[in-house]
Design a protein around this ligand. Structure first.
Ligand code: ADP
Ligand code: MG
Length: 448
């Protein structure tokens, strides 16, 4: 047995990787962070509670067996949940002191890439196609495109980290000798402070200025950190001048980075600035289906439609919901159903409870027009019924993330073109007729 905890952990991972499908291994073991040995416990960070439950319920036996083998029965494993409130992981970095290695082998360990974050696993839609194309171009020829630096901004949970790490994974797969490093801005700063304290700033600078591809995540973190910004400015210049590639992400656009050196933001603007938007309904569906598929879970269509309709602006939340669901179903050994999904998510994702459901809209509109709600679904062509139905369809489009297809299906299996017609007709009336506009705004107020 090795006496080095990191080596023991590597052996455990290696043993498990031989027993699992490749994709499952990457998904569930890739994000684990080895935090070190405490007494005789190997401490391992997991991204969040859902993740932990899933891991424990699916892979407990394999893990325990691998730990037993690798440690000769001497050690146990314990987990630490790393998530903070907004889903970003806190303390994601091991407490280990940084070093600024110059050997290639040591460098390899510093790349810090999660193998799951690849371009293949990144679902493309209108919301992210441009950013993805730019990232791919950069990954194919780092430093040799006009996209230097590449600056990607988007609110949390829309795939920035995924995309920036995909660049690293892709270009390293093509060229193992490439000196690529992924680092969060927080870690860059912490390492820099450590270097100052230990009189190693020269090592620090040399290290970061020696890379071919620098992937620096979440640079909004540098706001107000003057000295770190200055150090980064010099790193930036040095890399830029020698034709090395720089990729940066931020949760806000350049001009909203406050307490940021002007010359730094203006230099970042020399390259390509692009953003990622929240995914549309179809992209959300595709992300869910792809993820479930890669876990070997069959996700009924109505469930993925419900999730994609309920969680609209954050892919991380969408994934958490799915993981929660898969974890739960595997623990109790049941299939995923719509009823179960609603129930589980009511409890764990308050946002879902607040979304307006199609049923609720139908009932409210029917009441408003003093009609039984069944008439909205029936094939009744009376004018006032048709109008109420059109208003209800219009509100479903406006207020929910549901697709035209599923809205149509909810109104007695009508075609999506009927929904489009209703939406356009009501929108037109709202624009032309102040009475209708007032009616609709009263109705909408009921849902806010
Ligand atoms: P950010 O860094 O912008 O906060 P992340 O890159 O951490 O967001 O993305 C959050 C989660 O959503 C990750 O698990 C990521 O794999 C997933 N994700 C985001 N966008 C996509 C996409 N287009 N296709 C597949 N997965 C995605
Ligand atoms: Mg991120």
């Amino acid at each position: 047995m090795s006496s080095n905890p990191q080596e023991i952990w590597d052996q455990i991972l290696s043993a498990i990787s031989h027993r699992l499908p490749h994709e499952s291994f990457l998904t569930w073991f890739g994000p684990l962070k080895f935090l070190g040995l405490r007494e005789n416990h190997l401490t391992v960070g997991v991204p969040n509670q859902f993740f932990y439950e899933f891991l424990d319920s699916h892979y407990r036996d394999q893990i325990l067996e691998a730990v037993r083998q690798a440690s000769g029965g001497q050690l146990q494993i314990q987990y630490k949940i790393l998530e903070t409130g907004d889903g970003e992981s806190a303390a994601a970095e091991p407490a280990a002191q940084p070093d600024f290695p110059d050997t290639e082998a040591a460098f390899d360990k510093r790349t810090q890439l999660n193998p799951r974050y690849t371009f293949e696993n990144f679902v493309e839609g209108d919301s992210n196609a441009f950013a993805k194309a730019a990232a791919l171009a950069v990954a194919e020829s780092p430093g040799k495109t006009p996209f230097n630096p590449l600056f990607v901004y988007a609110p949390s949970g829309l795939g920035k980290t995924h995309l920036i790490q995909a660049i690293g994974n892709f270009s390293l797969a093509r060229n193992r000798a490439l000196r690529a490093i992924y680092v969060t801005s927080e870690k860059f700063m912490n390492d820099f402070i450590f270097a100052i304290k230990t009189y190693k700033t020269t090592d620090f600078s040399r290290f970061y200025r020696s890379v071919d591809l620098l992937l620096l995540d979440d640079i909004q973190f540098f706001q107000g950190k003057e000295r770190t910004q200055l150090e980064f400015f010099h790193t930036f210049n040095s890399l830029y001048q020698s034709g090395k590639q720089i990729v940066l992400t931020s949760d806000r656009p350049l001009k909203e980075l406050v307490d940021f050196e002007k010359r730094l933001t203006s230099r970042i603007g020399w390259g390509l600035v692009t953003d990622i938007h929240p995914p549309d309904y179809e992209t959300r569906l595709a992300i869910l289906q792809k993820r479930a598929e890669s876990e070997g879970f069959s996700l009924p269509e109505e469930v993925s439609q419900f999730l994609a309709g309920a969680i609209t602006d954050n892919v991380r939340a969408l994934e958490s919901a799915l993981i929660r669901l898969m974890a739960h179903c595997s623990i109790i050994g049941s299939d995923i159903t719509l009823a179960l999904t609603r129930e589980l998510l009511r409890e764990f994702l308050p946002a879902v409870r607040e979304t307006v459901s199609l049923d609720h809209i139908q009932q409210t509109v029917a009441q408003f027009f003093n009609l039984p709600s069944a008439l909205l679904i029936a094939r009744n062509r009376k004018r006032e019924v048709a109008w109420a139905r059109q208003v209800a369809m219009y509100l479903c489009v406006e207020l929910t993330g549901s697709s035209l297809q599923s809205i149509g299906a909810h109104f007695g299996n009508r075609d999506h073109s009927t929904v489009i017609h209703a939406r356009d007709l009501v929108a037109q009336q709202v624009a032309q007729d102040p009475q209708v506009a007032l009616q609709i705004s009263k109705l909408k107020a009921d849902f806010s």
